[in-house]
Design a protein around this ligand. Sequence first.
Ligand code: LLP
Length: 421
Amino acid sequence: MHNFHYKEGKLYCEDVSVEALADALGTPLFVYSHATLLRHITAYKEAFAEVPHLIAFAVKANSNIAVLRLFGREGGGADIVSGGELSRGLAAGIDPKKMVFAGVGKTKDELREGLRAGILMFNIESSQELIALDEVAKEMQVTAPVALRVNPDVNPETHPYISTGLKKSKFGIEIGKAVEQYKLARRLEHIEVVGIHSHIGSQLTKVKPFVDALSLVLELIEGLRAEGQDIRYWDIGGGLGITYDAEAPPLPKDLADALMPLLKKSGCHIILEPGRSLAGNAGILVTRVIYTKKGEAKNFVVVDAGMNDLIRPSLYEAYHDIRPVVANDRATELVDVVGPICESGDFLAQNRELAQMVPDELLAVMSAGAYAFTMSSNYNSRTRPPEVLVCRDRYDIIRKRETIDDLMRGEIIPAYLSDDS
Ligand code: LLP
């Protein structure tokens, strides 16, 4: 569900005309709906109300500090994977006691930063990382709260690039070796085991893989308790899918209903790490048509947003719905919507039926609130778009469009290359 709809043939985000936004702020442009973000976090809160829980938004999905702040004000926390995300969470005012730190390659510096901030727990992915954290905690004379990320080897039935819970995956500790790793953790003086974590993949469109994986984790929790290892926090990860095209993923309520018996049985404080399902359908990327081009084999609509702004179609062959911002009743044609970047892989859509477009007209690339701006780059020396948050009839720029100065900030020509050397 989202708050992008047509009024008299024009696309609106809540009560703000997308065309007016594009005219005022230029394109490409990311537009997010406050009402949608709020509704999504509320849906999670209500769905999981029966168990003590924390909704730790996966910052990697949308790391704008205004978005983080919005979730933080609703009681949400943050699932972070780097020192940078930790800083963003803190800058947004999120309580560090609501932050969990995941990732296979946390450096000692990052571990130190997490300890200094006093985060809720580190989700540990290997024995080497556990030992590194113990060392850092010892240096700082503190105790580090940890959960071990276990890998239940369940197929999430999603794109292989975003499957994370299989045996061949780099993530987590094999579930069969978890007991042994928990024993190691208990022996380490500066480690305090507080929880368990798993995350099997992203854009899941069924509840079964969640139930299968978490049933295995619950068995493990019970086994650990039988050996005297208490588990207080059960972090069940993120991964719930959204509708990009025709998918009909479960709602947070459906997920909660399917998981509730397991969660209740555990007696644990539940942590969730949704990213896409909170932010994905709360955003669009607005782009202007530059040219249309008829090739012998294909017709192209060349727009001013490219793979540097939204890489998902190029990287995962992901589908994003594309709609004219001002509806028209022209005949449709089969087109590729492509960006200005010098790569054949630079497309936003391929073989798409789209109403005929004319240069200067606007298109909205839907479902661009998650893994969109956060995965953008400056490739081809393109400045990155602004981000705007719409709330009813007002809008606020929550990230300015980058400037040419931003683009070259930090670059230095060595003295020996100067003209007079
Ligand atoms: N927790 C962990 C440990 C994760 O690795 C992820 C996502 C999440 C939570 C959030 O998952 P979500 O609820 O958003 O599915 N760039 C890809 C998605 C990569 C997901 C990486 N991990 C894409 O654009 O589809």
